[in-house]
Design a protein around this ligand. Structure first.
Ligand SMILES: NC(=O)c1ccc[n+]([C@@H]2O[C@H](COP(=O)([O-])OP(=O)(O)OC[C@H]3O[C@@H](n4cnc5c(N)ncnc54)[C@H](O)[C@@H]3O)[C@@H](O)[C@H]2O)c1
Length: 410
């Protein structure tokens, strides 16, 4: 449905159908909760105003938290959310009629009806290693600065079984590193480790060196799991030089309906997971008295507010990742450990592809806001991550490199 179409549905009182529909899928990253938000949050209070709002939304079976209903009742004389012709604000809107609000601010607001729950593992296709990404070693290899090489380094990538983490890991291998792939899904990580080595062999039949690529289980949000994983990697590879923290996920729900346990889970993976892996690798580097380089995968959402999908907890988590990077880069500079952040914009992974297949209007909306006019490909991160891990960036630390097609500069 087009944006205009959606707004007209809202105006006629039918406008509660979300672009994204909430499903009852279990969240694959959550060990504690397999319930959907819709099944956890229900309207519990009915009064004349509350009932009116509930009925308006009931057609699309949208969740309404009890306290949100109460808040709406408190503001009922000035703001009947769900009955407006445009997204309404709590509080008074003086001197503004319905015709004006339909256009004003329309493209710079989140839309509370958009809900996206992180899909189940089984709903996402597995990725394949890239071929022809520049890995061929030999006489036809174009010259490049030797400082970009990761030869002799051991890199770790969390969330490396799929999506951006997998492609960045492959970029590290192509640039000469050995690699430890860490993921909740160890089976897929093992399959990908094997495929990366096979792809390397095919593209480099004459290479004397074959990279060592291993797979390891960890729940990055769990301290004991992280410690065990790091110990396993060191036992297998002998050391760790580089870290990329890509394990993370997002969900889209209006903040007033986002249960606190889900938010804690989201922060646990995105923020605690980054912190736990970074500090554990830093301890190892300090014990070895060795230099190292880390890249945290943040998001442009850590610097801007995405529209129209509401995702306040994710945005705040990614802002935390960015500032954690800055803070640790200062704290660890004296130890020779560099810490940088990459903040991708909208990247076309299996996850985003699935969402956009169901919601083609959303892709149009997103790309209309990107100066380069298209979403990024995962391989667009291969160069930036190699640069930041390698000696080519030896005087770069605490930086946030935005790889977003120019989104955040407009
Ligand atoms: N795809 C995008 O458009 C985009 C944009 C900006 C930032 N990002 C960030 O990039 C990172 C990777 O995103 P993606 O699109 O590749 O996601 P993805 O879902 O395709 O891959 C994430 C991987 O992390 C793993 N994972 C999840 N929770 C984990 C946990 N607790 N412990 C260990 N592994 C865990 C998953 O199993 C999966 O393999 C995330 O941090 C995401 O927030 C993505």
């Amino acid at each position: 449905m087009s944006l205009a179409g959606m707004l007209s549905r809202r105006a006629t009182g039918m406008g509660t159908a979300p672009w994204y529909r909430a499903t009852s899928l279990p969240i694959s990253t959550s060990s504690t909760s397999s319930k959907s938000i819709s099944s956890q949050v229900r309207p519990t209070t009915r009064s004349s105003v509350g009932a009116r709002i509930t009925e308006t939304r009931a057609t699309a079976a949208r969740p309404i938290a009890m306290f949100s209903t109460q808040l709406m009742m408190t503001n009922s004389t000035t703001s009947n959310r769900g009955l407006h012709s445009s997204p309404a604000k709590f509080g008074k809107e003086k001197n503004v009629d319905a015709t004006t609000t339909a256009a004003a601010g329309e493209y710079a607001r989140t839309d509370d009806s958009i809900q996206v729950e992180y899909p189940a593992e089984s709903q996402l296709p597995a990725s394949e290693p890239l071929t022809g990404a520049g890995g061929a070693v030999g006489k036809n290899r174009p010259p490049t600065l030797p400082t970009f090489s990761l030869q002799g380094k051991v890199g770790v990538v969390t969330g490396g079984a799929r999506g951006l983490g997998l492609v960045m890991g492959q970029g590290m291998v192509i640039s000469g590193a050995d690699l430890a792939i860490v993921d909740l899904n160890k089976e897929e990580a093992s399959r990908q480790a094997q495929l990366i080595v096979e792809t390397f062999r095919k593209e480099n039949p004459d290479s004397k060196r074959v990279p060592k690529v291993t797979a390891h289980y960890a729940d990055v949000s769990d301290a004991a799991s992280v410690e065990a994983c790091i110990a396993e990697i060191i036992a297998s590879h002998g050391k760790i030089d580089n870290l990329v923290t890509s394990a993370g996920f997002t969900e889209n729900f209006e903040a007033i309906a986002y249960p606190i346990d889900r938010m804690r889970k989201l922060w646990g993976v995105n923020v605690d997971g980054t912190y736990l892996f970074a500090t554990s690798v830093a301890r190892h580097l300090m014990e070895r008295k060795s230099k190292g380089s880390m890249v945290f995968i943040g998001s442009m959402s850590g610097s801007i507010v995405n529209v129209p999908q509401p995702q306040a907890p994710y945005n705040a988590a990614k802002a935390a990742v960015r500032h954690l990077c800055a803070s640790l880069s200062v704290e660890w500079a004296k130890a020779g450990i560099r810490v940088n952040c990459i903040s991708p914009g909208y990247m076309l992974t299996a996850l985003t592809q699935k969402i956009l297949d169901d919601n083609p209007d959303l892709k149009q909306k997103w790309t209309s806001l990107i100066p380069q006019g298209h979403m990024g490909n995962p391989e667009d991160l291969m160069g930036p991550v190699t640069f930041l891990l390698s000696d080519a960036s030896s005087y770069v630390t605490g930086a946030d490199l935005r790889v977003d097609g120019g989104y955040t500069v407009t």
